[in-house]
Design a protein around this ligand. Structure first.
Ligand code: HEC
Ligand code: HEC
Length: 219
């Protein structure tokens, strides 16, 4: 029986790489071998070594950056981290600092680093602004109905842990970093998350400050 090439390719791609490459024969379709590296397991030791050498200076040895402008990366979902590094490298997310570092990473480096730092435990943060935190909580949990701003909790989960692999973890993040990202989404400086762009342009400075402060204290 002869199957159309596209069906064969689909069936091939659906197979785990181990099944495929255990067979003696070479894959029939030239596009197929591309599936192999993606299935490779991350090398956590390599990831830690590279992180320690290059990234720890700014993001701290365990990924819990102590500098408010530099995001905490510990316990973030690895898929999200890889997407950000790819986006920096491709220029889809701009940062004069991170684009240079990401450009030097291979796909394997990104995967190794992301899975290593994702396995580090996040240090909790704190909300600082007593007056604003109530407003922040209201926005985070309930959104802003009159402006059709969806509740952050709906995508990032009620405790800010996010939903792997679609929605990043936010809880405990530095308020300065969170606020800066919301402003970047709002001003069209960060465009690599359509859902956030659509939402952030409806937020005022005060609302951004409030919700960022609330998020810092989430755990
Ligand atoms: C000189 C300081 C510095 C170094 C070194 C550095 N970073 Fe960053 N990193 C930053 C800053 C600042 C940002 C925030 C960029 C922005 O404003 O969007 C950031 C953002 C990130 C983000 C996005 C996080 C998020 O929540 O979206 C990732 C991922 C990241 N860095 C990974 C790395 C990795 C991996 C390395 C090492 C290869 C590294 N960084 C090295 C300063 C640094
Ligand atoms: C419809 C789903 C959705 C809603 C609602 C939503 N977000 Fe997001 N958010 C996302 C997605 C998806 C991303 C990742 C974008 C990307 O891939 O870079 C994100 C990213 C972010 C980031 C960047 C995180 C980082 O580490 O750089 C922040 C901050 C953020 N959201 C805050 C909020 C806040 C505050 C609210 C509520 C006012 C909110 N989000 C509501 C989907 C959502």
């Amino acid at each position: 029986m002869k199957l159309p090439a596209c069906l064969l390719t689909a069936a091939f791609l659906a197979m785990p790489a181990s099944t495929v490459f255990a067979a003696e024969e070479k894959p029939a379709h030239p596009a197929a071998p591309a599936a192999a590296p993606a299935a490779a397991k991350p090398d956590l030791a390599q990831g830690q070594a590279k992180f320690t050498a290059v990234c720890a200076a700014c993001h701290n040895a365990d990924g819990n950056s102590a500098i408010p402008a530099n995001p905490k990366l510990a316990q973030q979902h690895p898929e999200y981290l890889i997407k950000q590094l790819q986006d920096f490298k491709a220029g889809k997310r701009t940062s004069p600092i991170m684009q240079g570092f990401a450009a030097q990473l291979s796909d394997a480096d990104m995967k190794n680093i992301a899975y290593w730092v994702a396995a580090q435990k996040a240090k909790p943060g704190f909300a600082k602004d007593k007056e604003l935190v109530t407003l922040g909580e209201r926005i985070y949990r309930g959104g802003i109905a009159e402006r059709q701003v969806a509740a952050c909790a709906g995508c990032h989960s009620p405790n800010g842990a996010g939903i792997p692999s679609q929605f990043p973890r936010l809880s405990g993040q530095h308020a300065d970093y969170t606020a800066a990202q919301l402003v970047a989404f709002r001003n069209g400086v960060r465009t690599n998350g359509v859902q956030m762009v659509q939402l952030a342009f409806k937020l005022s400075d005060r609302e951004i400050k409030a919700v960022a402060d609330y998020i810092a204290g989430l755990r």
